[in-house]
Design a binder for this molecule. Structure first.
Ligand code: FMN
Length: 174
């Protein structure tokens, strides 16, 4: 799919086709897209938990602050950050900021790659971080920062929420 078309087509999908599984090779492609994202100091402070296991998915849903829509997705990717990996170079103050920015870049790559392959996804970061870490038996050094449910759309959302005009969100300094 052409790049601008991908940007325009990408939407947050919150209803997935529960009958349609996702080919594991497509999930591999999404992960390849994720790790192509840039990272501060090339620290790559991320870890991806991928599951289609119903019991594990249930645990994720339970910690997604009542966002039960994600349960209909056949696959979930929990994007985790590892601030210590950033901190080794930048110190703690920058580590949290960089980890969040680095994982965000990876998430956007996942969303765009999914769109380009006809998949549906949503960036979900309303979650209980500590509880989700424990539920997934993740080590203390990993911060689960977002859940990305992946599947095929059962329904396209309505019109895109209008973006604030560029002139209102931009300052050109000459
Ligand atoms: C950092 C971030 C966190 C988000 N968290 C959630 C979330 O927890 N639940 C949800 O349904 N959507 C979430 N979204 C999706 C936004 O609601 C969505 O991008 C926005 O409404 C614009 O719609 P669009 O993605 O279809 O263009 C999140 C998006 C971002 C960038």
């Amino acid at each position: 799919m052409e790049f601008w078309k991908v940007l325009e087509e990408r939407r947050s999908i919150r209803e997935f086709d529960t009958e349609r599984a996702v080919d594991p090779e497509l999930i591999d492609r999404l992960l390849e897209a994720a790790i192509l994202a840039p990272t501060a100091g090339d620290r790559q402070p991320w870890h991806f938990v991928v599951t289609s296991n119903p019991e594990v998915k249930e645990k994720i849903v339970a910690n997604a602050l009542r966002q039960t829509f994600i349960a209909s997705a056949p696959v979930m990717i929990v994007v985790c950050g590892e601030p210590e990996r950033s901190g080794a170079r930048w110190g703690q103050m920058m580590a949290d900021l960089h980890t969040i920015q680095d994982t965000s870049a990876a998430i956007e790559n996942i969303l765009l790659a999914a769109t380009s392959m006809g998949l549906a996804a949503c960036w979900v970061s309303a979650l209980r971080e500590d509880e989700l870490r424990q539920a997934l038996n993740l080590p203390e050094n990993l911060r689960p920062l977002a859940i990305v449910p992946i599947g095929y759309a059962a329904k396209r959302p309505g019109a895109r929420p209008p973006r604030r005009p560029i002139k209102d969100v931009t300052t050109f300094i000459k």
